[in-house]
Design a protein around this ligand. Structure first.
Ligand SMILES: [Zn+2]
Length: 213
């Protein structure tokens, strides 16, 4: 569902620029709004969320999908944790649909899907692992790398029940805006994938704006 934001981005307290292939990790306070902007279009932002005060409570695709009865995420979606609490609400969305079924790219899946020689290519899972290794203060470990959201990524479910990675429906400047309903940690891998059309074969940067409560 396309829904424009009512917020004034001039009031953003922080703007982070995340290059293609980089990770980003930060804490966002309950009640704050945050916006992810697809600067050039057709980028995939592979994102994990945690309860900042209890990292074992984290975003759950299964709880979110079950409760909303819809596999796609957009304005109006409530992002739920593995304890079935609402951690984030999507308040505005100019892209219209985001994936939470496709998972993140990994060297293993690159090898299976594309070619053995793709094994050494940079993948989202590696970016997350680097993020938690370089930022131990968040208390995250390998076991916490779980379900994720692929903001701006187009992964339609076929009539036969299959999944396909399709050319994006996002475009330059499209954004998704959310409100933290608890203190959260956001961990993004700005996807470096070059083998499927989720990035238009050309990974590009994103911005993250935070409007504090
Ligand atoms: Zn990726």
């Amino acid at each position: 569902m396309i829904k424009e934001s009512v917020l004034n981005t001039n009031e953003a307290s922080q703007i982070f620029h995340i290059e293609a292939g980089d990770y980003f990790i930060a804490t966002i306070k309950s009640g704050s709004y945050f916006r992810i902007v697809d600067l050039e279009g057709n980028q995939a932002a592979d994102t994990l969320f945690y309860n900042a005060n209890k990292p074992s409570e984290r975003y759950s695709a299964t709880d979110t999908i079950r409760e909303q009865g819809n596999v796609y995420l957009t304005a109006g979606s409530e992002l739920r944790t593995n304890e079935n609490n609402v951690m984030i609400t999507i308040e505005a969305d100019t892209c219209g649909r985001h994936d939470t079924l496709g998972g993140a790219c990994a060297t293993e899946s690159n090898t299976i899907r594309y070619d053995l020689e793709k094994r050494c290519m940079h993948a989202c899972r590696d970016s997350w692992m680097l993020a938690i290794a370089e930022n131990p203060e968040y208390g995250l470990s390998k076991r916490d790398i779980s379900h994720n959201i692929n903001f701006f990524m187009n992964v339609p479910v076929t009539e036969e029940g299959g999944l396909t990675f399709e050319d994006g429906i996002s475009g330059a400047g499209k954004y998704v805006e959310m409100k933290a309903q608890m203190d959260i940690v956001i961990l993004i891998s700005n996807c470096p994938q070059l083998n499927n059309p989720c990035n238009g074969y050309n990974p590009t940067p994103i911005n993250l704006l935070v409007l504090e409560a």
